[in-house]
Ligand binder design. Structure first.
Ligand SMILES: [Zn+2]
Length: 304
Protein backbone atom coordinates (compact mmCIF):
# COMPACT_ATOMS: atom_id res chain seq x y z
CA UNK A 1 0.00 0.00 0.00
CA UNK A 2 1.10 3.53 -0.65
CA UNK A 3 2.76 4.58 2.64
CA UNK A 4 0.96 7.91 2.67
CA UNK A 5 -2.36 6.16 2.26
CA UNK A 6 -1.47 3.68 4.99
CA UNK A 7 -0.51 6.49 7.34
CA UNK A 8 -3.72 8.35 6.55
CA UNK A 9 -5.81 5.28 7.35
CA UNK A 10 -3.89 4.70 10.55
CA UNK A 11 -4.25 8.29 11.66
CA UNK A 12 -7.94 8.19 10.89
CA UNK A 13 -8.52 4.96 12.78
CA UNK A 14 -6.49 6.17 15.75
CA UNK A 15 -8.47 9.36 15.72
CA UNK A 16 -11.67 7.32 15.94
CA UNK A 17 -10.19 5.24 18.75
CA UNK A 18 -9.04 8.38 20.51
CA UNK A 19 -12.26 10.32 20.82
CA UNK A 20 -10.44 13.41 22.04
CA UNK A 21 -8.60 13.79 18.74
CA UNK A 22 -11.66 14.75 16.79
CA UNK A 23 -11.95 15.40 13.10
CA UNK A 24 -11.78 19.12 13.78
CA UNK A 25 -8.17 18.71 14.85
CA UNK A 26 -7.20 16.38 12.05
CA UNK A 27 -8.73 18.68 9.47
CA UNK A 28 -7.96 21.97 11.13
CA UNK A 29 -8.89 25.21 9.41
CA UNK A 30 -6.29 27.16 7.52
CA UNK A 31 -4.54 29.63 9.82
CA UNK A 32 -5.00 33.36 9.27
CA UNK A 33 -2.12 34.98 7.43
CA UNK A 34 0.85 35.43 9.75
CA UNK A 35 -0.68 33.31 12.52
CA UNK A 36 1.14 30.25 13.82
CA UNK A 37 -0.31 27.13 12.20
CA UNK A 38 -2.56 25.10 14.50
CA UNK A 39 -0.96 22.14 16.23
CA UNK A 40 -2.27 18.96 14.63
CA UNK A 41 -1.41 15.84 16.67
CA UNK A 42 -0.37 12.99 14.38
CA UNK A 43 0.01 9.34 15.36
CA UNK A 44 1.62 7.10 12.73
CA UNK A 45 2.46 3.40 12.87
CA UNK A 46 5.81 2.20 11.51
CA UNK A 47 5.84 -1.58 12.08
CA UNK A 48 5.65 -4.31 14.74
CA UNK A 49 3.73 -2.22 17.32
CA UNK A 50 6.11 0.76 17.06
CA UNK A 51 5.13 4.20 15.83
CA UNK A 52 5.56 7.95 16.12
CA UNK A 53 3.66 10.90 17.52
CA UNK A 54 4.17 14.44 16.44
CA UNK A 55 2.48 17.67 17.48
CA UNK A 56 5.19 20.29 18.23
CA UNK A 57 8.85 19.87 19.23
CA UNK A 58 10.76 16.59 19.04
CA UNK A 59 9.18 13.53 17.43
CA UNK A 60 8.01 11.01 20.03
CA UNK A 61 8.19 7.23 19.62
CA UNK A 62 5.98 4.53 21.13
CA UNK A 63 5.59 0.78 21.46
CA UNK A 64 2.19 -0.69 22.23
CA UNK A 65 2.54 -4.48 22.43
CA UNK A 66 0.21 -6.90 24.24
CA UNK A 67 2.78 -7.21 27.06
CA UNK A 68 4.65 -3.89 26.96
CA UNK A 69 4.12 -0.15 26.61
CA UNK A 70 7.09 2.14 25.97
CA UNK A 71 7.25 5.85 25.13
CA UNK A 72 10.28 7.79 23.86
CA UNK A 73 10.33 11.49 24.77
CA UNK A 74 7.42 13.64 25.92
CA UNK A 75 7.47 16.90 23.88
CA UNK A 76 5.94 19.81 25.83
CA UNK A 77 3.39 19.84 28.66
CA UNK A 78 0.54 20.91 26.32
CA UNK A 79 1.31 18.52 23.47
CA UNK A 80 1.95 15.60 25.86
CA UNK A 81 -1.70 16.03 26.92
CA UNK A 82 -2.68 15.62 23.26
CA UNK A 83 -0.50 12.53 23.16
CA UNK A 84 -2.22 11.06 26.21
CA UNK A 85 -5.65 11.83 24.72
CA UNK A 86 -4.83 9.52 21.83
CA UNK A 87 -2.56 7.06 23.65
CA UNK A 88 -4.70 6.23 26.68
CA UNK A 89 -7.37 4.42 24.60
CA UNK A 90 -4.59 2.64 22.68
CA UNK A 91 -3.17 1.08 25.88
CA UNK A 92 -6.55 0.35 27.44
CA UNK A 93 -5.88 1.47 31.01
CA UNK A 94 -2.41 -0.09 31.23
CA UNK A 95 0.66 1.68 32.59
CA UNK A 96 3.58 2.93 30.49
CA UNK A 97 6.35 0.49 31.50
CA UNK A 98 9.15 2.85 30.51
CA UNK A 99 9.48 6.45 29.32
CA UNK A 100 12.91 7.02 27.79
CA UNK A 101 14.25 10.55 27.26
CA UNK A 102 16.58 10.81 24.26
CA UNK A 103 18.13 13.93 25.90
CA UNK A 104 17.19 16.80 28.24
CA UNK A 105 15.85 19.54 25.92
CA UNK A 106 12.42 20.93 26.87
CA UNK A 107 10.73 19.75 23.67
CA UNK A 108 11.69 16.17 24.66
CA UNK A 109 11.20 16.26 28.47
CA UNK A 110 8.63 19.05 28.97
CA UNK A 111 5.79 16.50 29.06
CA UNK A 112 7.51 14.09 31.50
CA UNK A 113 5.39 15.35 34.38
CA UNK A 114 2.16 15.12 32.37
CA UNK A 115 2.95 11.52 31.46
CA UNK A 116 4.18 10.64 34.96
CA UNK A 117 0.97 9.20 36.44
CA UNK A 118 0.86 6.26 33.98
CA UNK A 119 4.70 5.96 33.80
CA UNK A 120 6.46 3.34 35.95
CA UNK A 121 10.05 4.32 35.16
CA UNK A 122 11.91 7.14 33.36
CA UNK A 123 15.25 6.27 31.75
CA UNK A 124 17.90 8.64 30.34
CA UNK A 125 21.66 8.97 29.88
CA UNK A 126 23.42 9.84 33.15
CA UNK A 127 24.15 13.42 32.03
CA UNK A 128 20.55 14.19 31.04
CA UNK A 129 18.89 14.83 34.45
CA UNK A 130 21.61 17.29 35.52
CA UNK A 131 21.33 19.20 32.26
CA UNK A 132 17.55 19.19 32.60
CA UNK A 133 17.83 20.60 36.16
CA UNK A 134 20.16 23.37 34.97
CA UNK A 135 17.83 24.19 32.09
CA UNK A 136 14.79 24.24 34.40
CA UNK A 137 16.59 26.57 36.83
CA UNK A 138 17.44 28.95 33.96
CA UNK A 139 13.82 28.91 32.75
CA UNK A 140 12.35 28.92 36.28
CA UNK A 141 10.33 25.85 35.33
CA UNK A 142 11.53 23.56 38.15
CA UNK A 143 7.98 22.88 39.36
CA UNK A 144 7.00 21.46 35.96
CA UNK A 145 9.77 18.86 35.69
CA UNK A 146 9.95 15.12 36.18
CA UNK A 147 13.39 13.54 35.92
CA UNK A 148 14.77 10.15 34.94
CA UNK A 149 14.98 7.79 37.94
CA UNK A 150 17.12 5.27 36.03
CA UNK A 151 20.26 6.40 34.20
CA UNK A 152 23.05 4.70 32.28
CA UNK A 153 26.57 5.54 31.14
CA UNK A 154 26.95 3.65 27.84
CA UNK A 155 24.12 1.14 27.40
CA UNK A 156 20.82 0.15 28.96
CA UNK A 157 18.60 -2.74 27.89
CA UNK A 158 15.30 -4.29 28.92
CA UNK A 159 13.55 -7.48 27.78
CA UNK A 160 9.82 -6.82 27.64
CA UNK A 161 8.76 -10.21 26.31
CA UNK A 162 7.67 -9.51 22.77
CA UNK A 163 10.21 -6.70 22.32
CA UNK A 164 13.70 -5.85 23.56
CA UNK A 165 14.42 -2.15 24.00
CA UNK A 166 17.91 -0.78 24.41
CA UNK A 167 19.52 2.64 24.65
CA UNK A 168 23.08 3.56 23.74
CA UNK A 169 25.19 6.67 24.31
CA UNK A 170 27.77 7.44 21.61
CA UNK A 171 29.56 10.25 23.42
CA UNK A 172 28.94 13.97 22.96
CA UNK A 173 26.86 14.95 19.92
CA UNK A 174 23.80 17.19 20.00
CA UNK A 175 24.39 17.47 23.80
CA UNK A 176 26.55 15.46 26.22
CA UNK A 177 23.57 13.31 27.25
CA UNK A 178 22.13 11.85 24.03
CA UNK A 179 20.78 8.33 23.62
CA UNK A 180 19.78 6.28 20.59
CA UNK A 181 16.83 4.08 21.58
CA UNK A 182 16.48 0.80 19.70
CA UNK A 183 13.41 -1.43 19.41
CA UNK A 184 15.44 -4.51 18.50
CA UNK A 185 12.78 -6.86 17.09
CA UNK A 186 10.97 -4.11 15.17
CA UNK A 187 14.41 -2.92 13.99
CA UNK A 188 13.49 0.70 14.63
CA UNK A 189 15.90 3.21 16.20
CA UNK A 190 14.79 6.52 17.70
CA UNK A 191 17.64 8.98 17.14
CA UNK A 192 16.45 11.86 19.33
CA UNK A 193 18.08 15.06 18.10
CA UNK A 194 21.15 13.21 16.86
CA UNK A 195 19.08 13.23 13.69
CA UNK A 196 17.86 16.45 12.08
CA UNK A 197 16.42 15.75 8.62
CA UNK A 198 16.70 18.46 5.92
CA UNK A 199 17.00 20.97 8.71
CA UNK A 200 20.08 22.70 10.11
CA UNK A 201 20.78 20.80 13.34
CA UNK A 202 20.93 22.56 16.69
CA UNK A 203 24.32 22.06 18.33
CA UNK A 204 24.09 22.71 22.08
CA UNK A 205 27.71 23.50 22.90
CA UNK A 206 26.99 24.80 26.43
CA UNK A 207 25.42 21.37 27.12
CA UNK A 208 28.58 19.62 25.92
CA UNK A 209 27.84 19.09 22.21
CA UNK A 210 30.60 18.05 19.80
CA UNK A 211 30.17 18.28 16.03
CA UNK A 212 33.30 16.21 15.44
CA UNK A 213 32.12 13.33 17.62
CA UNK A 214 28.54 13.68 16.35
CA UNK A 215 29.81 13.04 12.80
CA UNK A 216 31.66 9.90 13.98
CA UNK A 217 28.61 8.78 16.02
CA UNK A 218 26.36 8.84 12.95
CA UNK A 219 28.74 6.42 11.21
CA UNK A 220 28.83 4.17 14.29
CA UNK A 221 25.01 4.16 14.50
CA UNK A 222 24.79 3.14 10.83
CA UNK A 223 27.32 0.31 11.45
CA UNK A 224 25.41 -0.86 14.55
CA UNK A 225 22.20 -1.28 12.52
CA UNK A 226 21.35 -2.53 9.03
CA UNK A 227 19.78 -1.61 5.70
CA UNK A 228 16.31 -2.50 6.97
CA UNK A 229 16.49 -0.36 10.13
CA UNK A 230 13.96 2.45 10.27
CA UNK A 231 15.31 5.56 12.03
CA UNK A 232 12.99 8.04 13.76
CA UNK A 233 14.27 11.62 13.49
CA UNK A 234 14.06 14.09 16.40
CA UNK A 235 13.40 16.88 13.93
CA UNK A 236 12.59 17.17 10.23
CA UNK A 237 11.94 20.08 7.90
CA UNK A 238 8.22 20.97 7.92
CA UNK A 239 6.41 18.53 5.63
CA UNK A 240 9.38 16.10 5.37
CA UNK A 241 9.14 12.53 6.77
CA UNK A 242 9.84 12.04 10.50
CA UNK A 243 11.47 8.65 9.84
CA UNK A 244 13.82 7.24 7.21
CA UNK A 245 16.90 5.11 6.58
CA UNK A 246 20.65 5.07 7.18
CA UNK A 247 21.04 7.10 3.96
CA UNK A 248 19.48 10.03 5.80
CA UNK A 249 21.93 9.60 8.70
CA UNK A 250 24.83 9.59 6.26
CA UNK A 251 23.46 12.75 4.64
CA UNK A 252 23.71 14.46 8.04
CA UNK A 253 27.23 13.07 8.46
CA UNK A 254 28.13 14.65 5.11
CA UNK A 255 26.53 17.91 6.20
CA UNK A 256 28.81 18.01 9.24
CA UNK A 257 31.76 17.04 7.05
CA UNK A 258 31.05 20.00 4.77
CA UNK A 259 30.49 22.34 7.72
CA UNK A 260 33.73 21.38 9.46
CA UNK A 261 35.69 21.55 6.21
CA UNK A 262 34.36 25.03 5.40
CA UNK A 263 35.06 26.38 8.91
CA UNK A 264 38.53 24.77 9.12
CA UNK A 265 39.50 26.39 5.81
CA UNK A 266 38.17 29.73 7.01
CA UNK A 267 40.20 29.54 10.22
CA UNK A 268 43.32 28.52 8.26
CA UNK A 269 42.82 31.55 5.99
CA UNK A 270 42.68 33.81 9.05
CA UNK A 271 38.96 34.71 8.73
CA UNK A 272 37.02 35.77 11.81
CA UNK A 273 34.02 33.86 13.15
CA UNK A 274 31.82 36.66 11.86
CA UNK A 275 33.19 36.37 8.33
CA UNK A 276 32.78 32.61 8.39
CA UNK A 277 29.16 32.91 9.57
CA UNK A 278 28.43 35.40 6.77
CA UNK A 279 29.63 32.92 4.13
CA UNK A 280 26.88 30.46 5.10
CA UNK A 281 26.60 26.94 3.71
CA UNK A 282 25.05 27.56 0.28
CA UNK A 283 25.07 23.85 -0.59
CA UNK A 284 22.46 23.37 2.13
CA UNK A 285 20.30 26.42 1.42
CA UNK A 286 17.20 24.19 1.01
CA UNK A 287 17.53 23.16 4.67
CA UNK A 288 15.18 24.73 7.19
CA UNK A 289 16.70 27.21 9.65
CA UNK A 290 20.26 28.57 9.80
CA UNK A 291 23.57 26.72 10.06
CA UNK A 292 25.28 27.15 13.45
CA UNK A 293 28.62 28.14 11.98
CA UNK A 294 29.63 30.21 14.99
CA UNK A 295 29.31 27.08 17.13
CA UNK A 296 31.49 25.15 14.66
CA UNK A 297 34.01 28.01 14.75
CA UNK A 298 34.02 27.97 18.57
CA UNK A 299 34.52 24.18 18.64
CA UNK A 300 37.34 24.19 16.11
CA UNK A 301 39.13 27.22 17.53
CA UNK A 302 38.80 26.18 21.20
CA UNK A 303 42.08 25.71 23.03
CA UNK A 304 42.64 22.09 23.92
ZN1 LIG B 1 17.44 18.79 21.36
Amino acid sequence: MNPNRREFILRSSLAVAAGAIGSTRLFAQQPAAGAAPPVVPQFASLRRNVGTFFARGGTMGWLVAPDAVVVVDSQFADTSKMFLDGFTPMIGGRKIDVLINSHHHPDHTGGNKTLQPPVLKIVAHENAPGLQRKQAAAQKSEANQAYADTTFKTTWRVDLGSEVVSARHYGPGHTSGDAVIFFERANIAHMGDLMSHQRHPRIDRPAGASIQNWLVSLEKVVKDHNADTVFIFGHSKAGAPVAGSSKDLLALRDYFGAMLDYVRKGIAAGRSGEEIVKGGLPAFSAHEGQPQLQVAYDELSAKA
